[in-house]
Design a binder for this molecule. Structure first.
Ligand SMILES: Nc1ncnc2c1ncn2[C@@H]1O[C@H](COP(=O)(O)OP(=O)(O)OP(=O)(O)O)[C@@H](O)[C@H]1O
Length: 610
């Protein structure tokens, strides 16, 4: 019975719950909520806005930045000063506050992000410490440490808002959360998560890490600015203490406690904070201690905050209700034909490439050429430089000497996201898949550079975005079908077994319609069926016109797939040619396979590979 109710509840789309909750918050005063609690909900909404900004930059873009308190101050003082000057319209104040906060975010974010590592955390931390001093310097206008008073009550197109101000706060908060939700579920949101987990993967998909992190931080400034304007109009008085270090810690604690990688975590964290410690005046003295406690509970004990706990509970109930389908082997005939749209492959030409790491010469004047419509395999013993070669083609390392050309364009000086934009897609030796995304989302994320669509169009759900999102899903479903994994589309991608995670990586690279496809040891961990599927897909890609460069230890697979084999040993190309030639090459037999070229084993290799 209980499980039946659970199944029914799970059948209701998630947005319905969000809508009901939003309506309950919006209409709370009409439904009889008293004035004191209405004020608490209003303050919780304002805090939730600030926390959501931190979630965008910390939880999604992976950058610990505490500057939200400063942007909150920027928004509040912008609204306050406008109000003093007689500009009481709340719409004007909100727009101005959001814009000023955005400018503060961009200006303070650039140096912090340029320096990399912990720099943004440090610069944003100092920004908070500077807020009271900056306000004191402009004391004539801001009232300095005494605070800014003399604000006029807010108006809406000339009408006094009065006690209806609550609806403005609730309305702005709900609107922002819709915007944020639209953003995080879009391809840009997945790109943020990818970036957080693996900047290397994000770059390989054409994402500019600096630009994206700045965008996350700067976008997070907007709700903080809006919250500032709303806060300033709540009591028509603001003072520097409201925006200091204690507030910044409260925001961080709420974010971590609620779950920073979650839209709803911001609401949950802010609500707990507002209805818990913030309500009591006796608590002020111990504020930092309590926030520290929340940080420990949220960050260390819960790891992922309360939303993660809720998700785990939901999964547990799903399992109890028999709703979880455990990953099962791939569906369908592994050898079934796969159709791939024609691909405009590009010639990959590497000439005299050298690279050393300290005294270790990983590549010595190595050259290779991979052509469209052909599978070129790169083989060699462990440590011979194969992965280094792929990493250099992708722009992860700079060359000591030599050139790399894709379709005639020299790319050896390009940053890795620019190489990706030239049409290079790759898989990784250790599968690199963002956490908490579904199989379908993970595969579709490979299309980030295909059919580009702006963040604004994603936020506003414009027709262009809807079309791109539809194409992303259709294309990802099609490729998943061809690798027999379409039934796993809604599984958590990282929960798949190794062979399937590798296949997922191949699918993710394929949806990008790459002109050059680099596959790094994808066969290890795959079972026989998966190997057949993989071979079928690679042949289909080749026949569609892609340039495939395959780094592989599975010699049998290499011999059955490759048109040309290039053999590396100690960073040097020691042999290249068609499979029939390579399998008899004495140096390949002795250095790669460790077989005496004249012994009986050499003949065995030939029969094995027939
Ligand atoms: N980032 C790095 N820093 C220092 N040395 C490196 C780095 N990357 C590779 N090397 C060294 O370069 C040499 C070539 O390594 P690489 O990983 O390219 O070989 P590989 O042929 O791909 O080996 P495997 O088959 O084991 O993956 C090795 O000696 C390795 O230790």
């Amino acid at each position: 019975m209980t499980m039946q109710i659970w199944r029914t509840l799970r059948g209701v789309p998630g947005w319905v719950y969000a809508l009901v909750f939003a309506a309950a918050v919006f209409f709370a005063p009409m439904m009889g909520l008293d004035a004191a609690n209405t004020r608490q909900v209003q303050l919780a909404c304002i805090l939730a806005l600030v926390v959501s900004g931190l979630n965008l930059s910390l939880g999604y873009a992976g950058e610990l930045a505490l500057g939200q308190a400063a942007m909150y101050a920027a928004g509040a003082y912008t609204a306050g000063l406008l109000s003093q000057e007689g500009h009481t319209d709340i719409v004007v104040q909100l727009i101005a506050a959001g814009a000023v906060a955005l400018i503060v975010g961009v200006i303070t974010g650039i140096p912090g992000l340029r320096l990399g590592s912990w720099s943004l955390a440090m610069t944003s931390f100092f920004l908070i410490l500077l807020v009271p001093d900056i306000l004191a310097i402009f004391g004539g206008k801001t009232g300095g440490r005494n605070g800014l008073s003399g604000m006029e009550p807010p108006t809406f197109f000339g009408q006094d808002i009065g006690t209806d101000f609550y609806y403005v706060v609730a309305g702005v908060t709900i609107a922002w959360f819709v915007v944020m939700r639209n953003l995080v579920v879009s391809r840009h949101g997945i790109a943020f998560r990818t970036l957080k987990q693996s900047p290397v993967l994000a770059r390989s998909q054409g994402v500019s890490v600096f630009r994206m992190k700045l965008l996350g931080y700067a976008l997070g400034a907007i709700p903080a600015g809006l919250a500032g304007a709303l806060f300033a109009n709540t009591d028509l008085f603001i003072a520097p203490e409201a925006f200091g270090f204690t507030f910044a810690t409260a925001v961080l604690a709420a974010s971590i406690l609620g779950g920073s990688a979650s839209v709803y975590g911001a609401v949950l964290g802010a609500a707990i904070m507002q209805f818990g410690p913030n309500q009591s005046t006796a608590f002020q003295e111990y504020a930092l201690v309590v926030y520290g406690g929340f940080l420990i509970v949220g960050g260390v004990l819960l790891s992922g905050g309360l939303t993660r706990l809720i998700t785990a509970g939901r999964r547990w109930l799903d399992r109890k209700a028999g709703m979880n389908t455990p990953p099962v082997p791939a569906h369908g005939d592994p050898a079934a034909a796969v159709t791939v749209d024609p691909i405009d492959g590009a010639v990959l030409e590497v000439t005299d490439l050298s690279k050393s790491f300290g005294g270790n010469q990983a590549l010595r004047s190595a050259s290779l050429r991979a052509e469209p419509g052909r599978v070129t395999a790169l083989i060699g013993p462990n440590g011979s430089g194969k992965t280094t070669m792929l990493n250099m083609i992708c722009g992860f390392y700079t060359a000591d000497a030599g050139t790399i050309a894709i379709g005639g364009t020299e790319v050896q000086r390009f940053s890795s996201h620019r190489v990706a934009r030239e049409g290079v897609a790759r898989t990784f030796q250790t599968p690199n898949i963002p956490e908490h995304v579904t199989v379908l989302e993970a595969v579709a994320s490979g299309r980030y550079m295909t059919d580009r669509s702006s963040m604004l169009s994603a936020i506003l759900r414009l027709p262009g975005y809807r079309r791109t999102a539809r194409n992303d899903v259709a294309e990802a479903e099609r490729v998943l079908e061809s690798v027999g994994m379409s039934h796993l589309r809604d599984e958590v991608a990282t929960s798949l077994p190794l062979g399937m995670r590798r296949m997922l990586e191949v699918a993710r690279a394929v949806v990008a319609q790459p002109r050059v496809l680099l596959l790094d040891e994808i066969a290890s961990g795959m079972d026989e069926d998966e190997l057949v599927r993989l071979a079928t897909l690679i042949r289909a890609l080749r026949d569609a016109g892609a340039t495939v460069l395959l780094v592989e230890h599975n010699f049998r697979l290499v011999l059955s797939l490759a048109d040309t084999i290039i053999v590396l040993a100690q960073g040097e190309v020691i042999a290249q040619g068609p499979p029939a030639e390579i399998e008899r090459h004495p140096r390949v037999l002795s250095e790669y396979l460790g077989i005496d070229p004249d012994g009986p084993e050499a003949a065995e290799v030939e029969t094995l590979t027939r």
